[in-house]
Design a protein around this ligand. Structure first.
Ligand SMILES: *[C@@H]1O[C@H](CO)[C@@H](O)[C@H](O)[C@H]1NC(C)=O
Ligand SMILES: *[C@@H]1O[C@H](CO)[C@@H](O)[C@H](O)[C@H]1NC(C)=O
Ligand SMILES: *[C@@H]1O[C@H](CO)[C@@H](O)[C@H](O)[C@H]1NC(C)=O
Ligand SMILES: *[C@@H]1O[C@H](CO)[C@@H](O)[C@H](O)[C@H]1NC(C)=O
Ligand SMILES: *[C@@H]1O[C@H](CO)[C@@H](O)[C@H](O)[C@H]1NC(C)=O
Ligand SMILES: *[C@@H]1O[C@H](CO)[C@@H](O)[C@H](O)[C@H]1NC(C)=O
Ligand SMILES: *[C@@H]1O[C@H](CO)[C@@H](O)[C@H](O)[C@H]1NC(C)=O
Ligand SMILES: *[C@@H]1O[C@H](CO)[C@@H](O)[C@H](O)[C@H]1NC(C)=O
Ligand SMILES: *[C@@H]1O[C@H](CO)[C@@H](O)[C@H](O)[C@H]1NC(C)=O
Ligand SMILES: *[C@@H]1O[C@H](CO)[C@@H](O)[C@H](O)[C@H]1NC(C)=O
Ligand SMILES: *[C@@H]1O[C@H](CO)[C@@H](O)[C@H](O)[C@H]1NC(C)=O
Ligand SMILES: *[C@@H]1O[C@H](CO)[C@@H](O)[C@H](O)[C@H]1NC(C)=O
Length: 626
């Protein structure tokens, strides 16, 4: 008992001690003049809470109007987003990112910010194309961090920004109307020698990369995406001694080649997506042992992938897509056990897919499309448990064999694209029961057999076109609530179809033996349908005259069926109609002059029917009429 009291007392004593230590007595409240300046600043804006999604979308904290807590008569150091020096009470930081600020900043009016400020973050607000504040830089010489990312500034960034020579971090990214002239960029990099982080993504600089940038040896983070740079990338840029993240992607006029890398490089993320490089990937890429992200897609590279790439065992995202790589993928790539994203699409890789991926158990996004990979498709899974796959694309290769049963277990799979291969056999029923699948493309293969009843509900996109499928189209397909695209064309499907799925935008059933009475398919088309292609089937009977003013159709192709009767005049309610092909049927009518009122109609095909009566001036309006 006594022991336990002693214990409690000592705890209490300890608690009091730590309370005294951790709570500094802040004698100073926020000085009156600074509080005043902040309230003046607040007066310039309104709050647009609808703008809040931007921050949520980017996975930053949700937006909310921080300035609502700023009230005259209270200590400004307690206001949301305000950071004070606890000794002096001076306002030294303002983090107003994602604060729903809305309003123009007059070029003369930013002086309302307090003078001791070191860190200013106004990112993700909307200053509605305000020009960049220009006359206040001398007052903010203490600034070390300035973040105006995605805040709607426009116009030229004034040269005076280079007076902020204490800046350690500068982020002006995602203000697509901002420009920085060549001289301005040079001054900036000459004078801001302390910079550790520089992000100018989407600022239009349109000049060469100045050599003075190479003097910024403290840089750890450099992002210059989509700045319209020209000319050659200096090798030394990759060798900045502290650089961990370099992104110069989407500068399509930037030329250059890969330099040699040495093992002292701290690079963790290297992104050169969509620039105009040439040459090969050097062996020394394998020296970048801290590399986590390598994004060199659409970059003009050729040659083989060096086996040393397999030394980058930290790598989690690897984009080599849209280049001219040739040869086999080196087996060493199977060392990359941390890989989550692997894009090798649009190259000239060849060889069996079997060997490359057995140990990549974390892989979520795998795109090997548009290459010359060969072998049995099931061999991809032979030794691998690719349980985490979300996207699997093997389109446009030389793969054969039947659909691999291992796909059945992939509970996260959202997109499966195996089109343009030589896959044979039937489509197993589990294929239509994958719980997360949203997009399935098996078109242009050699699949045969009937289409099973579908059970999944999340499917949006289904393309089984250009195979050898036969039998009826199961009506469950048309009950999929989220299906917007359905292509079953160029098979041997037969029977009656009811085409009225609620959400369908595009329905392509052409080149089959569908012979159902048209009223099952055409009587109650969904409002959302834009494209209806039933050509080359055996539809017969009258086209129902049931089009309503909700009709969204842009393309109707009923060519090569056995349709009769008149052209339904309710078609005139489809105000967006652009293409109408009724050719090669048995339609008996006079010329449908009333179509003239459809102002977007530019292709009208009525040939090989039983039209009668005169045709006059009307036809001249059509670029394509037969
Ligand atoms: C704050 O209130 C004081 C009086 O309490 C007043 O003099 C001052 O003008 C107010 N400041 C602002 C910015 O409204
Ligand atoms: C802005 O400041 C400049 C120079 O300080 C001055 O010439 C100009 O008249 C001011 N503009 C407005 C609208 O106050
Ligand atoms: C460069 O920085 C110094 C302070 O370090 C400043 O006095 C000078 O005006 C700046 N130069 C330019 C061109 O901004
Ligand atoms: C700028 O602020 C945004 C929003 O808070 C943040 O995501 C971004 O990382 C900041 N930039 C820098 C360079 O710190
Ligand atoms: C970038 O600036 C250059 C020169 O001022 C201009 O020619 C070009 O059109 C601009 N690019 C964009 C995307 O605005
Ligand atoms: C890099 O810095 C050095 C030393 O400050 C200077 O002499 C040199 O001119 C700078 N180089 C460039 C290209 O600005
Ligand atoms: C890419 O660079 C080559 C020369 O290496 C040049 O011929 C080509 O025009 C460049 N392309 C672009 C889009 O600048
Ligand atoms: C890597 O490069 C740095 C600087 O360029 C150099 O000091 C170092 O010796 C090089 N290391 C190796 C292993 O080549
Ligand atoms: C890097 O890869 C090459 C080729 O695969 C290999 O010979 C070399 O030993 C590897 N280096 C290291 C440090 O793992
Ligand atoms: C695949 O190989 C064939 C025959 O060698 C070639 O014609 C084709 O261009 C190659 N495709 C790709 C994507 O490299
Ligand atoms: C797959 O595993 C089998 C044994 O289970 C082995 O013989 C074969 O070499 C492995 N294939 C690959 C590509 O690792
Ligand atoms: C259908 O789509 C909606 C909207 O994207 C989504 O919320 C819903 O979960 C989807 N339904 C199924 C069964 O996946």
């Amino acid at each position: 008992m006594g022991c336990s009291i002693w214990f409690n007392l000592s705890q209490l004593f300890f608690f009091i001690l730590s309370f005294v230590q951790l709570t500094p007595s802040r004698a100073q409240l926020c000085p009156q003049d600074q509080s005043f300046a902040l309230l003046q600043f607040k007066k310039q804006f309104s709050f647009d809470e609808s703008a809040s999604q931007v921050c949520e979308f980017r996975n930053i904290i949700p937006s909310y109007p921080k300035l609502k807590s700023w009230k005259n008569g209270t200590d400004c150091c307690s206001w949301d987003g305000v950071e004070c020096d606890w000794r002096t009470g001076n306002v030294i930081g303002l983090d107003l990112s994602c604060s729903c600020l809305y309003g123009t900043i007059h070029p003369n009016s930013t002086l309302f910010l307090p003078p001791y400020i070191q860190r200013l973050n106004l990112a993700y607000n909307d200053f509605v194309s305000s020009p960049f504040p220009s006359n206040s830089f001398d007052r903010f010489s203490k600034l070390t961090n300035l973040n105006l990312s995605s805040s709607g500034f426009s116009g030229q960034i004034p040269l005076e920004i280079s007076e902020l020579s204490n800046l350690v971090s500068l982020d002006l990214s995602s203000n697509s109307q901002l420009r920085l002239e060549k001289a301005g960029f040079e001054l900036l990099v000459q004078n801001l020698t302390q910079l550790r982080e520089l992000n100018l993504d989407e600022v239009n600089i349109s000049s060469v990369i100045p050599r003075s940038l190479l003097n910024l040896t403290s840089l750890t983070f450099l992002s210059l995406v989509s700045c319209e740079f020209l000319g050659e990338v200096p090798d030394q840029l990759f060798q900045l001694p502290n650089l961990k993240k370099l992104d110069i992607g989407f500068n399509k006029a930037l030329t250059g080649h890969f330099p040699e890398f040495n093992s002292s490089s701290p690079l963790q993320s290297l992104s050169l997506y969509h620039i105009n490089f040439s040459g090969e990937l050097p062996d020394s890429i394998g020296n970048l042992k801290f590399l986590n992200v390598l994004s060199i897609g659409s970059c003009g590279l050729s040659g083989q992938i060096p086996p040393s790439l397999g030394n980058l065992t930290q790598i989690s995202s690897l984009f080599l897509d849209r280049n001219n790589f040739i040869g086999k993928v080196p087996p060493s790539l199977s060392n990359l056990e941390q890989l989550i994203v692997l894009y090798l699409s649009d190259n000239h890789f060849e060889g069996p897919i079997a060997s490359v991926f057995p140990t990549m158990k974390n892989l979520r996004y795998l795109d090997l499309g548009t290459n010359n990979f060969s072998g049995q498709i099931s061999s991809l899974f032979a030794n691998a448990t690719l349980q985490q796959l979300v996207v699997l694309s093997l389109s446009y290769n030389q793969l054969s064999g039947t659909l691999p049963s291992q796909v059945n277990g992939l509970s996260h799979l959202r997109e499966l694209s195996l089109d343009y291969n030589f896959i044979s056999g039937a489509i197993p029923s589990w294929m239509f029961n994958l719980p997360a699948l949203e997009s399935l493309d098996l078109s242009y293969n050699k699949l045969t057999g009937p289409i099973n009843e579908v059970q999944f509900n999340s499917l949006r996109y289904l393309d089984l076109g250009s195979n050898k499928l036969y039998g009826n189209i199961p009506s469950s397909i048309f009950q999929l609530v989220n299906l917007t695209y359905l292509d079953l064309s160029s098979n041997n499907l037969s029977g009656i179809v009811s085409c009225n799925a609620n959400s369908l935008g595009i329905l392509i059933l052409s080149r089959n033996n569908l012979s159902g009475v048209t009223k099952h398919c055409l009587r109650k088309l969904s409002r959302s349908l834009l494209v209806l292609d039933l050509q080359k089937n055996n539809f017969y009977g009258n086209i129902p005259n049931t089009f309503t003013k909700n009709c969204s159709l842009e393309t109707v192709n009923l060519n090569n069926n056995a349709l009769r009767g008149p052209v339904p005049d309710s078609l005139v309610k489809c105000r967006s109609l652009q293409v109408l092909d009724l050719g090669n049927n048995k339609i008996k009518d006079t010329f449908p002059y009333w179509l003239e009122s459809l102002s977007y109609l530019h292709v009208l095909i009525l040939q090989s029917n039983r039209f009668y009566g005169p045709i006059t001036t009307f036809m001249t309006q059509f670029p394509s009429i037969t």
